[in-house]
Design a protein around this ligand. Structure first.
Ligand code: GLA
Length: 374
């Protein structure tokens, strides 16, 4: 009798404890985005250093439950890894790779050669003048061999060159292009391959729906292949908005890259829910302009949220439709509060671009995918 009472009390206490538990994205058994996507493609996220070091425990729980691939938001860029000639700072990058390994996640390296977030010394001499072609080649080779070599066998693939083609399909005027001409790209791919012959190699860029850039990237892929260099995939950055790009044009580019002989990765996915800022904006009243450009400082209205979710779902449906050639989809951050979009292209905005909200809850379209499948 006594035992029955004790058991009854214990089960009542258990029920109370369960009822008091807040539903959350991290509850085990609730399913997850990676389970719902299955083996169609990897589902990844960029991590900042608070996350890859484990300090941001709320984000880490979401990452472990929902994602199976990671990439460094910043700590593997040359500016972070190689601040002075001959001096590397690997601690954050090491921690990120370890985080991936400990959690069975695929790690992508981002990025080896990029004109931005490039340390000041990289392409100039001590007087600040551009270095010769020979010096720049040697620096690129040393940087790439050191970085790729350090993580040999641990990083599945590298964004070898980032953002080198502009909208008319020509090459971006960057220190690399100015000093080495078009040749800097094949050289970067060659150095990366020599440093880790098993690593996959990618070219990554934004605004890939643009026909001029599409054609330029196709030409580049073919050129690399014709020269017998390894390129596995094109990374199509997914920094999109509510009014751009046209999804059909994005799909046309996906297929053009596939036809050129590579796979496609959707990298850096985030969709701003805020008005698109155009350069031509005529700003006479700055305060009014700021309010207009930051219209949802507290919460996103339902009507906007519904449009946002429907459009993100359309993108996901496109990726699923082409899952035979899409190998990875990576969000550029874990939750809305982390996103660079809150400060770009204008500081101090409150944006809603990611798959999880500021409370780490999945957005409605993510919840729907988890609950009903794709
Ligand atoms: C580009 C880069 C990313 C990141 C974003 C902005 O897309 O490839 O690494 O810097 O800009 O955060």
């Amino acid at each position: 009798m006594k035992l029955t009472h004790t058991l009854l009390l214990a089960s009542l206490l258990g029920m109370v404890a369960c009822a008091g538990k807040k539903p959350s994205a991290e509850t085990v058994g609730e399913g997850s985005l990676k389970q719902a996507i299955g083996d169609r493609f990897l589902i990844g996220t960029a991590l900042n250093t608070r996350q890859s070091s484990g300090r941001d425990t709320a984000a880490v729980r979401v990452v472990k439950q929902h994602f199976n691939a990671i990439v460094a938001e910043n700590c593997m860029k040359s500016e972070s890894l190689h601040p002075e000639e001959g001096r590397y700072t690997f601690d954050d990058a090491d921690a990120l790779v370890r985080f991936g390994e400990e959690n069975g996640m695929t790690v992508t390296g981002h990025c080896l050669i990029w004109h931005s977030q490039l340390p000041k010394w990289f392409a100039v001499d001590q007087e600040g003048k551009p270095v010769t072609a020979e010096v720049l080649k040697a620096r690129m080779k040393e940087h790439i061999s050191t970085v790729v070599g350090r993580y040999k066998g641990r990083i599945k693939g590298w964004d070898v060159v980032n953002e080198a083609i502009v909208e008319d399909g020509s090459y971006r005027k960057s220190p690399f292009y100015d000093i080495l001409g078009e040749e800097f790209i094949p050289l970067a791919f060659q150095y990366a391959h020599e440093a880790d012959p098993d690593a996959e190699l990618y070219y990554n860029d934004y605004g890939m729906d643009n026909p001029g850039r599409r054609d330029g990237v196709v030409r580049l892929v073919k050129q690399l292949k014709d020269r017998g260099l390894r390129i596995d995939a094109v990374g199509m950055q997914g920094h999109v908005g509510m009014d751009y790009p046209d999804i059909k044009a994005f799909e046309t580019s996906m297929m053009a890259f596939v036809d050129a002989g590579v796979k496609v990765m959707i990298t850096e996915l985030d969709m701003s829910a805020l008005p698109t800022l155009t350069r031509s904006a005529n700003v006479t009243d700055r305060a009014a302009f700021r309010r207009e450009m930051n219209p949802y400082p507290e919460t996103l209205p339902d009507s906007v949220s519904q449009r946002w979710n429907a459009r993100m779902r359309e993108f996901f449906d496109l990726f699923v439709k082409h899952s035979d050639v899409v190998t990875r989809v990576t969000a550029w951050g874990v939750s809305d509060g982390d996103s660079w979009k809150n400060n770009f292209p204008m500081p101090g905005r409150h944006d809603y671009p990611l798959l999880f909200d500021r409370q780490y809850q999945p957005k409605p379209f993510v919840k729907e995918i988890i609950e009903k499948g794709l």
